[in-house]
Design a protein around this ligand. Structure first.
Ligand code: T3D
Length: 269
């Protein structure tokens, strides 16, 4: 039974923990507004990432949206309320902590992009480690259409994922990108029929959850760092992380399983 960070009837973010399979599913849950992000929703989303981090049995995370959208970014109606925070405050205090929590989570996040991902919703998709998109999904930076600057990591992720030329087009022109084009330019790793998205994305998460958790966490850390490293620094960081991985029981288990021609059973030690 999905469980919200608040009362289940009002929760705008649902968290479902499948302990036997090691997968935590976080669902953005304001389908009537295409999962546009409000203040309570951002607080619940941050709490959801903290929750899956604390649960040792959860080894991989799925992030998806309820209804026909993944996430339409900031709730624009909320921004018109008289007590809305200044934009810089909102971004620093509510969006940036979510993106940091996602990138520093020592567990892989699979984005199951079920529909449109716009504005900060596109940023959330880009902050996932792996993106599996439905063929009904689309991406739009959208910020420029409301006179804003791409945020929540969009200017950092985008050129690294799709290259400088395409990043400039997407960020400056704000045109929607279909799932097929997102696959072609490397914004997502795979596209599947809409009806298969939940199964396919879950299969990826379950594969990750069956892997060696420490090695996966260190690999995520290495990939994060590599974006800012030169080759020398990357080589040295890999050696450092390999030292750590080499001392885990899971490494010994992987070696034993190979020698014994059986599947490894990793337990995160
Ligand atoms: O704090 C800060 O503001 C700083 C941070 C900013 C980060 C950002 O994310 S800025 C960018 C914000 N997002 C957008 O500008 C996207 C706005 N939405 C759209 O452009 C379109 O809705 C979509 C392209 C995403 C989808 O279009 P479509 O035709 O499939 O659906 P629709 O009919 O436009 O939307 C359906 C409903 O969702 C509709 O409500 P209604 O009229 O049926 O009651 C629409 O108003 C609502 N909705 C969609 N996006 C938002 C939204 N409501 C509030 N905020 C939204 N972002």
């Amino acid at each position: 039974m999905p469980e919200g960070a608040r009362d289940a009837a009002t929760a705008t973010v649902l968290v479902e923990l499948d302990v036997p399979r090691g997968v935590g599913t976080i669902t953005l849950n304001r389908p009537e507004a295409l999962n546009a992000l409000t203040v309570p929703m951002k607080q619940e989303l941050l709490a959801a990432f903290r929750r899956v981090e604390r649960e040792k049995a959860i080894r991989a995370v799925l992030l998806t949206g309820a209804g026909r959208a993944f996430c339409a970014g900031q709730d624009l109606r909320e921004r018109l309320e008289p007590d809305a925070e200044p934009l810089g405050v909102e971004v620093r205090e509510r969006y940036n902590p979510i993106v940091r929590a996602m990138r520093s989570l020592p567990k892989p996040i699979v984005g199951a992009i079920n529909g449109v991902a716009a504005g900060a919703g596109a940023s959330l998709a880009m902050a996932c480690d792996i993106r599996v998109a439905s063929d009904a999904a689309s991406f739009a930076l959208a910020f420029g259409r409301v006179g804003l600057v791409p945020d929540s990591g969009a200017t950092w992720f985008l050129p690294r994922l799709v290259g400088a030329t395409r990043a400039a087009e997407l960020a400056l022109l704000n045109d929607p990108v279909s799932a097929a084009d997102a696959l072609r330019i490397g914004l997502v790793g795979r596209v599947v029929p809409a009806a298969d998205l939940a199964t396919e994305a879950r299969a990826v998460a379950e594969r990750l959850a069956a892997g060696a958790p420490r090695a996966i966490a260190l690999t995520k850390r290495a990939l994060n760092a590599a974006w800012d490293h030169d080759l020398e620094a990357a080589l040295e960081y890999e050696a450092h992380l390999q030292d750590l991985a080499g001392r885990t029981k899971d490494h010994a288990e992987g070696m034993a399983a190979f020698m014994e021609k059986r599947a490894p059973r990793f337990n995160g030690d």
